[in-house]
Design a protein around this ligand. Structure first.
Ligand code: NAD
Ligand code: ZN
Length: 268
């Protein structure tokens, strides 16, 4: 990605805005995890960009209707867990933001659990599209850790069913066609309305309703800073748009903060 003529100005504006904020709500997307080796959906190397057929795996009606789709999904989950994925500098920068006492909420569209693994407090994180680390029965609603079901797949079951009711099991992620948890959505929108800065990181801002956090933050008067490798539909609404790799940009954005007592000390 070549830097453009306005990139330095945008970065300086983003630094100023992030440094001045005390209640930051972050909306994270798949782009923050690409540097951990997890492909996004719509980026240049995205899963759907390379294989449009893979979209079926994220569609609940295909999943329910087709045992072959479920078998493919379970095989994919097994490979995913085999990779021992770790958080990267972008995730760690969001932990630093929390350590500074400035993270209001971290709403993530990611299902990979890497914000928790990096060290953000679970009570600050809203996993609005669920988590791959748990499994849920689509019939009786039972939910539990993914590992025991993955063991059954490792042992040869292609499409493991619910032991309690015989129903279809799926990872506890929200597929297209499934409803978001209303409490999580309300919390996310509230976090957009009550922050003093909305920072969006690594999201194409095309998945609704959560992308609407941007318009809500704007309507409440909070500036929006967008950090993403590619343009988003909300760039014109943002106070600053930074194009860059999150592993570079986020640590530098977060580190420019000067705690109030540091500032006083500096002024004496
Ligand atoms: P998206 O794939 O639509 O967009 C990701 C954006 O991140 C792209 O615009 C891309 O240009 C940008 N990007 C990629 N790597 C980057 C980097 N290193 N630095 C800066 N920008 C980078 O992702 P989305 O908006 O989150 O929506 C996709 C949906 O898919 C979400 O609902 C999410 O639940 C799911 N998803 C999750 C994961 C995950 O958990 N890691 C991975 C793929 C998809
Ligand atoms: Zn069940």
């Amino acid at each position: 990605m070549e830097p453009g003529p306005d990139d330095g100005i945008a970065l300086a504006a983003a630094h100023r805005l992030v440094a001045a904020a005390e209640r930051v709500t972050v909306l994270a997307g798949a782009g923050i995890s690409t540097e951990s080796g997890i492909a996004d959906f719509r980026g240049p190397n995205g899963i759907w960009t390379r294989d449009p057929d893979a979209e079926k795996l994220s569609d609940i009606s295909c999943y329910v209707a087709d045992a072959g789709v479920r078998a493919r999904a379970w095989a994919g989950r097994l490979r995913w867990f085999g990779r021992q994925l770790a958080p990267n500098a972008g995730h760690h920068a969001l932990v630093e933001l929390e350590r500074q006492g400035r993270l209001h909420s971290l709403v993530t569209q990611n299902v990979d659990g890497l914000h928790h693994l990096a060290g953000n407090s679970p009570e600050r994180v809203v996993e609005i599209h669920g988590t791959i680390r748990e499994v849920v029965c689509l019939d009786c609603g039972r939910r539990g850790p993914a590992e025991p079901t993955l063991d059954r797949v490792r042992a040869g079951e292609q499409d493991p069913d619910c032991h309690a009711c015989g129903g279809i099991l799926k990872s506890a992620t929200v597929s297209f066609g499934q409803h978001l948890d209303p409490a999580d959505l309300a919390r996310s929108f509230d976090a957009a309305l009550s922050c003093d800065l909305l920072l969006t990181v690594g999201t194409s801002l095309t998945v609704y309703p959560i992308a609407d956090m941007v318009a809500r933050a704007c309507s409440a008067g909070a500036p929006v800073v967008i950090v993403n490798a590619e343009p988003t539909p909300y760039d014109a609404l943002a106070a600053a748009v930074v194009r860059g790799a999150l592993g570079d940009v986020l640590p530098s954005l977060v580190q420019t903060y000067m705690a109030p007592d540091q500032e006083r000390f500096g002024n004496t």
